[in-house]
Design a protein around this ligand. Structure first.
Ligand SMILES: Cc1cc2nc3c(=O)[nH]c(=O)nc-3n(C[C@H](O)[C@H](O)[C@H](O)COP(=O)(O)OP(=O)(O)OC[C@H]3O[C@@H](n4cnc5c(N)ncnc54)[C@H](O)[C@@H]3O)c2cc1C
Length: 308
């Protein structure tokens, strides 16, 4: 059996495309390792349009529910499956998963999003899950009453700091440059809290601690001085790495491994493959943007399939 379309990813991009594909009666398979995507770790999301506030886990559940409500003659779902390879075939493409499942399809939509960038500092790997973590909403409550650091001055860094302020004794945010990348309104709100402090222009050098984190050493880039903060928790939010390894042989990637697309249509440089959301080389990454981009891709895929 050859599908019209295989969609990879069950985040806002992939699930939006799946719902549209089902309604357009394209013979579609959605393959996803998990439901919901990156914001499942968020305590509350306030900008998912049509919803005043929703937790990340509720959002994931609603994506799954909406998708599954459309499963039927045209839409199938393979959940818990991680795509490991896409290769070109005569009819289109062969999509393979880590569990050796194989799916033939005429077209592919890649919406596999991105994952966390790891902190490169002495002992960062050794002390991961021993005080150093990449998820404030998952691990934050373990640091009740303690002094912690957040590394990263983007929206995710400030959002993590905001969550941690609810229970930590103090939160110090360390940022590598002069300007924060987070939205001004969020920065202002978080920095108003008397338990909050931010230090700019730092290079993180080392995480200290034998069994568990007991501090962080950084260099002040302006004065060149090294400083140590005695903290028991370090929450890292220094950006994302696109989940595109499995596609590197079939689509063109940019210098940071995001899939290059035509922003009018979401087409990649490989005919028959489209991409949408955080795995692509667009400037802004948000839930609403990922969903909208995927719908644009779907409209274009529909036209392409019917023009065949
Ligand atoms: C902590 C945090 C908070 C955020 N808060 C907000 C917010 O408040 N508002 C907002 O608009 N945006 C927020 N964002 C950004 C938003 O989450 C992303 O822009 C959005 O999730 C991107 O959607 P996506 O569908 O492109 O990718 P993702 O959400 O990353 O989803 C990718 C999907 O693909 C699956 N997948 C990955 N690789 C494979 C593979 N090989 N095979 C099969 N499946 C695969 C994953 O399991 C996942 O289901 C936040 C991000 C983070 C990290």
């Amino acid at each position: 059996m050859t599908y019209d379309l295989v969609i990879i990813g069950g985040g806002p991009a992939g699930t939006s495309a799946a719902v549209y594909a089902a309604r357009k009666k394209l013979k579609t398979l959605l393959v996803t390792s998990e439901w919901g995507g990156q914001s499942v770790v968020s305590e509350k999301i306030y900008n998912w349009i049509g919803t005043v506030a929703i937790s990340g886990s509720e959002l994931a559940e609603s994506f799954k529910k909406h998708t599954m409500a459309n499963v039927g003659e045209s839409l199938e779902v393979a959940e818990g499956e991680k795509v490991s390879k896409i290769s070109k075939t005569e009819a289109g493409f062969l999509v393979e998963t880590e569990s050796s499942k194989k799916f033939e399809t005429k077209t592919v939509l890649i919406s596999s999003g991105s994952g966390r960038r790891k902190l490169e500092a002495i002992n960062a790997d050794r002390l991961e899950h021993k005080g150093l973590t990449y998820c404030a909403s998952c691990d934050g409550p373990l640091f009740d009453g303690q002094d912690v650091v957040v590394v990263g001055g983007g929206n995710a860094g400030f959002e993590s700091a905001s969550q941690l302020l609810a229970y930590c004794r103090s939160v110090t945010l360390l940022h590598r440059s002069q300007e924060f990348r987070a939205d001004e309104i969020t920065v202002e709100k978080v920095l108003k809290n008397p338990k909050m402090k931010a230090i700019k222009n730092v290079d993180i050098l080392e995480i200290t601690g034998e069994k568990f984190v007991d501090g962080i050493i950084y260099k002040d880039k302006i004065t060149g001085e090294q400083q140590k903060l005695d903290v028991t928790g370090i929450f890292v939010e220094i950006g994302q790495i696109p989940n595109t390894d499995f596609a590197r042989d079939v689509v063109a990637l940019d210098e940071i491994n995001r899939i290059k697309i035509d922003t009018l249509t979401q087409k990649t440089q490989t005919p028959g493959i489209w991409a949408a959301g955080d795995c692509t080389n667009v400037l802004y990454h948000q839930n609403n943007i990922a969903a909208g981009d995927a719908v644009r891709a779907l409209e274009d895929i529909y036209l392409a399939i019917h023009a065949r």
